[in-house]
Design a protein around this ligand. Structure first.
Ligand SMILES: Cc1cc2nc3c(=O)[nH]c(=O)nc-3n(C[C@H](O)[C@H](O)[C@H](O)COP(=O)(O)OP(=O)(O)OC[C@H]3O[C@@H](n4cnc5c(N)ncnc54)[C@H](O)[C@@H]3O)c2cc1C
Length: 467
């Protein structure tokens, strides 16, 4: 079979690449191992109950401009509900709201934060000092922190242990999937500069109101209507290389020749598809084995009595980082989803131990739920949830376009995926950016969407140049 472009992998990066290509008039074929689309950002059928459950709660933020563009093209952006208030658990008092205020960025969180009863005035002053430093250094100031941990920055700005544990860590681990001791300063700084301070809409939190898997049916239709093809349940076994160009992909059902190949699989999978000769010819492939991973654990709990009213609660300083209220299911049970990021310590714990600890955290955060137990619970361990955003990671992340490689690059092999050099942590936004960048390289038509604009005051204060 001959095709213009073969995309290996039907996760968000592969789907975004396909939509970008279709919009640019190029017909791709996506080859996806599993029998469904969406990769890590999708749902599964729980074999114990036949229920459709999301792999894990997937959150987007107002600064995820490319992901929003992707959803808009699929016609599913309306299925995202935006939250401008974050609720921080503060027992025995009810959770404290922190709302995006009316002041211009970067002051939009100032009042909400001042009102948070969780922290002392001294801690709030320390936090303001660190934020001010992040604003003044601007995005380019991050570069000198490239090989240091975020904890070093927190120490340098005098953040005490309690503030680190109950504020900085919970935000950073949720966004970067690695705690402050291990995460690189650069990705963590980006989260605060671009995700919180640059624009009033940046920190708005988007939650999908339908199971994630429902988002991808329109993608399938768009690709097919545009003359492309999606082949699920088929694995790519290798990428053929003639010494200067990639020529085809070999699947268990045959060979598909193509003018270009886009890899949209995680780095460990890509490594299994390439020969030593291809690796010798393309410097982007040679450091893939150095990319480490960081796990996430999600726990789905179902209660026969109401346990929480708020849409979500953040749990500062606890094992569980977030509780999401997923509403009532078709049986009338309340569905609560707990998320623990950077969860390496939980990998050897049994499901029951994890559920018991999460339940203790729920009872701590919402005292009125004490004594209530779920009638059904299910934990999902994702060992290889995301790449580990350790210091120096950006020098290992491969570029999507061969001409941006630090050494040689095979001209018709594009590398997409959340782990590529998008500058973003491992997120849906990063995955879509990489897919759009791959499509743009092939069609020559602009596909990537600009970043959210920096507010005028934030710009004047220093958040202006790009890193
Ligand atoms: C538990 C969890 C929680 C998360 N929470 C968030 C969040 O709140 N917000 C956020 O923005 N991001 C979150 N993420 C990250 C987000 O899911 C990923 O960044 C994004 O989905 C990655 O997309 P991708 O296309 O790069 O890779 P993937 O989704 O991994 O897609 C790769 C695809 O390739 C397929 N494949 C692999 N090998 C082959 C082969 N040989 N042949 C054919 N197909 C193959 C796979 O089956 C898969 O479908 C979370 C991830 C996890 C695991």
């Amino acid at each position: 079979m001959n095709r213009d472009v073969v995309i290996i992998g039907g996760g968000l990066s592969g789907l975004a690449a396909a939509i970008g290509l279709i919009r640019g008039g190029v017909r791709p074929i996506i080859i996806e191992t599993r029998r469904k689309l969406g990769g890590r950002a999708t749902s599964f059928i729980d074999p114990r109950t036949d229920q459709v459950l999301d792999n894990c709660q997937h959150v987007l933020m107002g600064c995820c401009t490319n992901l929003m563009d992707f959803y808009e093209h699929l016609g599913v952006l309306d299925l995202v509900q935006w939250h401008r208030t974050l609720y921080w658990a503060d027992p025995p008092r009810p959770p404290c709201p922190m709302t995006i205020g009316r002041l211009p960025a970067p002051l939009h969180h100032a009042l909400g934060f001042m009102r948070l009863g969780l922290f002392s005035m001294r801690q709030k002053r320390a936090l303001a000092r660190a934020m001010w430093r992040l604003i003044r250094m601007g995005p380019s100031g991050r570069i000198q922190w490239r090989h240091r941990t975020f904890m070093e920055f927190l120490r340098e700005t005098g953040q005490d242990e309690d503030l680190v544990e109950r504020f900085w860590n919970v935000v950073v681990v949720s966004a970067c999937n690695l705690d402050v001791e291990h995460v690189g300063a650069e990705p963590a700084m980006k989260v605060f500069q671009e995700g919180f301070l640059a624009n009033r809409f940046s920190p708005a939190m988007g939650l999908c109101t339908v199971p994630l898997i429902d988002l991808y049916d329109p993608a399938l239709e768009m690709i097919q209507e545009g003359g492309g093809e999606v082949r699920i349940g088929t694995s790519v076994k290798s990428i053929a290389f003639d010494g200067s160009r990639v020529t085809s992909v070999i699947t268990e059902h045959g060979t598909i020749s193509a003018t270009s190949v886009i890899s949209a699989v995680p780095p460990d999978r890509l490594l299994k598809l390439v020969s030593g000769t291809l690796m010798d010819a393309d410097s982007r492939l040679r450091r893939l084995d150095q990319i480490q991973v960081s796990p996430i654990v999600g726990v789905h709990m179902f209660f026969d009595q109401p346990v929480m009213e708020l849409p979500h609660v953040i749990l500062p300083g606890r094992m569980t980082h977030w509780l999401f209220n997923k509403g009532e299911d078709e049986r009338g049970l309340q569905h609560v989803h707990a998320v623990i990021s950077g969860a390496a310590d939980l990998m050897d714990r049994s499901e029951q131990e994890i559920i018991d600890s999460v339940l203790a955290d729920l009872h701590w955060a919402i005292p009125s739920s004490r004594g209530l137990k779920p009638v059904q619970a299910r934990s999902v361990k994702e060992r290889r949830a995301t790449f580990a955003a350790v210091p120096g990671i950006d020098s290992i992340r491969p570029s999507t376009r061969p001409e941006h490689a630090r050494g040689d690059g095979v001209s018709n092999l594009l590398v997409a995926g959340d782990y590529t050099d998008t500058g973003w942590p491992a997120t849906m936004e990063g995955a879509v950016r990489s897919g759009y960048a791959a499509a743009e390289a092939i069609t020559g038509k602009p596909t990537l969407v600009p970043d959210i604009p920096v507010g005028p005051l934030a710009w004047l204060m220093g958040l202006r140049e790009r890193a």
